[in-house]
Every structure is written in C-alpha cells, then in structure tokens.
Write a protein that binds this ligand. Structure first.
Ligand code: GLU
Length: 451
C-alpha cells in the first residue's frame, strides 16, 4: 500500500476484502489506484459519489454451467463467465477467453482493464469480458462447435448489439466466433451482425481486425521510439507468444525493418537469428495448430528450440521486447535481464503480461514502457470499427481500416503522453493511460447519476 494515496487505501482494502482469492483482479486494481493519487490530489471531487468504488465493482457478473458431449459420448462440464463491467461509454465490449486457467478473478481483471482500454480508444464502447475453463487444445472441430453452441444457449440472453458485444481472446479465433455467432443467430432469429466482432470477412467481419492487435502494438511502440528519435529499422526484437497477436506483431515489425529473432508458445521458445519466417510460423501455429518446436525442425538453418523451464525468451539480448502471450509472463528477473541487455522499449501486446515488479524495474531504468491497456487497444478499437461497418451495412477496404487503426494508435499514444505531462510525470505511459482512461469513464459515470 506504500505507493497508494491515503484517501484511496480504504477503497483498495475494501476491493481486496470483498473479492477474496482473486490475485489478478487485485493486481489490476492496485495498478490503477497507484496512478489515481495524482488525480484525486488535483480533483478531489472524483472521490465523491463513491465513483471510484463503483468503477471497481462490475455492473453484472454471470456464471453458468456449460454441459457438452465429447467425441466418445462422455458428458463434459465446463464453467462459463461473462463480467459486464462498465457500460457508461457504450455497450459492454470485450473478448471471450477459452483457457483452463480461466476463473472469475481472471475475467474480472480482464474486464476491469478492458473498461479503461476501451475508454482510451476514444470510441463508444463500455468494458466487459468473458470466458470459460474449457481447454480447446486437442479438441476436434465437432467438439469445439458443440461446446460453442452449448455456451451460447446460456449466454445469448445476455448479449445484443446495444447490450454486450463479445469477440475473441486467448483460445478464441475466427472459428469459435463463427460457431457462437451462428448459434446466436439461430436462437434469436435475428441477423444481428454487430453482436460479435472478430467475425470472418465472409459474413460481416472487418478487414484488418485479425491483424489489429499486433499491428496496433507495433504502431504504439513505434510512436514511443520516435520520442527518442529512433524507430524499428535495424532493431532486434523479441516477441513472446505465437498466436494472433504475436504473429501480426512480427509481420508489422518486419515491415518497419526490424528483425524478430524469437517467439514462443506454452511449450518453449525458438531463436531464429536470421529473422522469423512468418509464412512458416503461420503454417505451423495457425493452420496445423502444432507445437513451436515444429517450426525449428522444418526451418533447420541453425534455429534452436528451447523447451519451457530451460530458460526464458527474455534472456535473449534485444532492443525491443513485445510480450504477446499472457498475464504475468514477464517477471522482475526478466525485466532485470532486459535492462542489463540494453532494451530500449517494451510494448505489451497481451493483457498485463508484465508483473508489477517488472514494470517497476523497467520504469525506474527509464525504459519506454507501453502498458497493454494502451498499447494493445488496437484490437478492440478495430472491433469498434467493425461495429460501425455493421451498423451502416458497409465494408471498408483493408487500407482504409488500417489507416484508421494507425490514427487511433497515434492518438492513444499522444493522449497518454499528454496526460503524463499534465500530471507531472513526463514519459510515464502507465500513469498517462490509467489517468486518461479513468477520467473518461468517471466523467460519463458522474453525468449518468448514481446507477
Ligand atoms: N480480447 C481483445 C482485448 O483484450 C479484444 C476484445 C474485443 O475486440 O472486443 O482487447
């Protein structure tokens, strides 16, 4: 509690008490509270009407049973969640995560982060998140479809293009969105395109949505580098993960002249000094859904695979680090190694991938640090563009959509930087993102009365 303003300590203590056993949620709230001290010092009126307490309490939390039948005829049970966190700026908006680690605390942390991220995007979207502890690994296509359909039988009643609009997250891509949207359409008898984003372009998706999170983080990180008169050209870059975010980060960094020398999955990481072969990586991970060691085997040419437990991808010397796998994947120890190896910038492609200790070490060392709620906002921002296209029954070109994304990322970067300046912490993107996101949500909440 040391770095928490005295007036905010009781609020944080109450969040910890009434959300027992949810460490990720506490971590996310703690980080925002650290930044709000400067806000309440300048504008004590934000302490009125229990505004901050209300922001920390989800508007609605839904937990439900998902029964389904596997290929052997056995009945399986999973648990589904949807946390509708805040709708002061628009319908609840945020992805669905399918991963065995999912529990209520994880979905709440993600929904909390999403609220500020969506506010920062400047677009009219509230914050929400959902998911399930279903493990999509090694499931047949039929099992995935039946699972998505069962999930939607319960969830559909809580959704709507003006109410709550899910998308993908870890374990949920175009295939799963298709099955969920299809079942929603069938149950409601409505072709309500804008109720899901991340749809395939074959039926109402937006061009550049798949690329948007990775591209967006690259644009954001480039904007940070430009404040130090440099860019990606000739830089050594390490990206963690090998999913949608990582793959499109690698693509964009390469197009800006950077060399991505490593990426990872849950089984380990690969080092490819010549620069990752993107087509091969996509073939192995997205098409064949295989382990990353398969990339090393097929690529040959001195590429090494390091299994998990035998070292960290952050041990590799690099100029830019872009953690794009999952929460708390980059620890204090990793941050120390990165600093020692002379890293210039860290852009968070995943949600909360750096531990609080890692963030402290990077900030103290003066490393450019782009927090996920700003740096990875390009995904959800492009989801909002998908909603716009659906609402106007229009389709934009890839170029037009990417151009909007690039503008949005630049304006998020600038808003964070200006807010950090205004609150006396130039260059502190964590503070800038938390304060700018909070102020936008809090202002709207105040105007809507005590609800
Ligand atoms: N899951 C993504 C995120 O963390 C995207 C959410 C969306 O597009 O609604 O922001």
């Amino acid at each position: 509690m040391n770095n928490i303003d005295e007036k905010l300590r009781p609020i944080l203590a109450e969040v910890a008490r009434r959300n027992a056993g949810e460490p990720e949620f506490h971590q996310a709230v703690h980080e925002v509270m650290e930044s709000l001290g400067r806000v309440v010092a300048k504008h004590p009126d934000y302490l009125e009407q229990a505004l901050i307490e209300r922001i920390c309490e989800p508007e609605r939390q839904i937990i439900f049973r998902i029964p389904w039948v596997d290929d052997q005829g056995n009945v399986q049970i999973n648990r589904g969640f949807r946390v509708q966190f805040n709708s002061s700026l628009g319908p609840y908006k945020g992805g669905m995560r399918f991963h065995p680690s999912v529990n209520l605390g994880i979905i709440k942390f993600l929904g909390f982060e999403q609220t500020f991220k969506n506010a920062l995007s400047g677009l009219p979207i509230g914050g929400g998140k959902g998911g399930t502890d279903f493990d999509p690994k090694n499931k047949s296509d039929g099992e995935i479809m039946r699972f998505c359909q069962s999930l939607m039988i319960e969830l559909h009643r809580h959704l709507g293009e003006q109410t709550d609009v899910p998308a993908g997250d870890i374990g949920v891509g175009g295939r799963e969105i298709g099955y969920m949207f299809g079942q929603y359409k069938r149950l409601t008898n409505r072709y309500e395109s804008g109720v899901f984003t991340g749809k395939d372009i074959a039926y109402g998706g937006s061009r550049a949505r798949t690329e948007a999170t990775g591209f967006g983080n690259t644009y954001f990180t480039k904007a940070m580098l430009e404040t130090r008169q440099t860019d990606f050209d000739g830089k050594r870059v390490v990206v963690s993960g090998a999913g949608n975010v990582a793959i499109h980060t690698i693509e964009k960094v390469q197009s800006f002249g950077g060399t991505v020398i490593a990426c990872s999955d849950s089984s380990g990481y690969i080092i490819d000094e010549a620069g990752i072969d993107l087509a091969l990586l996509q073939e192995v991970k997205s098409v064949r859904r295989e382990r990353i060691s398969e990339y090393a085997r097929l690529r040959g040419n001195g590429v090494r695979f390091v299994p998990v437990g035998k070292g960290s991808v952050w041990d590799l010397p690099c100029d830019v680090a872009m953690p794009s796998a999952t929460q708390n994947e980059l620890t204090g120890k990793d941050a120390k190694t990165l600093v020692k190896n002379g890293v210039l910038a860290v852009g968070e492609g995943a949600n909360m991938p750096c531990t609080p200790e890692a963030i402290r070490i990077l900030r103290e060392a003066g490393i450019l640090f782009g927090p996920g709620k700003a740096a990875n906002a390009g995904g959800v921002a492009t989801s909002a563009l998908e909603m716009q296209q659906n609402a106007s029954r229009d389709r934009w070109s890839f170029e037009q959509t990417e151009q909007r994304l690039a503008q949005i990322m630049k304006s998020i970067h600038d808003r964070c930087a200006e807010t950090a300046d205004e609150y006396g912490a130039p260059g502190d993107y964590v503070l800038g993102a938390n304060i700018a996101g909070f102020v936008r949500v809090a202002k709207a909440m105040r105007m809507l009365g005590v609800i």
